[in-house]
Unconditional design. Sequence first.
Length: 203
Amino acid sequence: MTEAGVIVTVDVERIRDEIERILSAPKYDAPQASQIGGWWRRLWFRILDWIDGLVSAFPGGPEIFFGILALVVVALVVFAAFRLGRRRNRQIEALHFAQRASERGLDPREVERRADIAAAEGNYREAVRLRFLAGLLRLDERNAIAFRPGITSAEVSATLRSPTYDRLASRFDAIVYGDDRAGLDDHQQAVEDWRRILETASR
């Protein structure tokens, strides 16, 4: 592999010399320590011989070997990041499910009152979350949807087929489950959007 025009190789002899220097320190002079030092020396030399032989025999030489090795490392990092992202999504879905399950059966008027209190206190993220829950409960009252623990925004969207709801749900996800900050305008927009959605659902 090259980096800034320099070929990266393994200097086996230099590593051997460094191991010899470390193991020749006075703390390894005792009989038991000497045995341990000898064992470590043989182990490391075998590993170095194996690496040296592998690199030397590899088609294309050290440059191709370390290039492929770098690609493998990058692939492993990407895979680990992907798994971490999927785990985080599962945690978010579990949190979403638990919130919906604990709040099923609430009076939407009470939830809206709590949303207004949260907005008055400047907690706009909570206000948007509660307003969204109240909207789903009111849709359930009108038999527009069948609200249940774990219902997803995609399911509601497929039922309503409302661009207003789709925009509202997208903003809700960005605020509640993403990193977007919520403001007073978000709560006011949620109030207006839910009014339109519920009017349409009542027809």
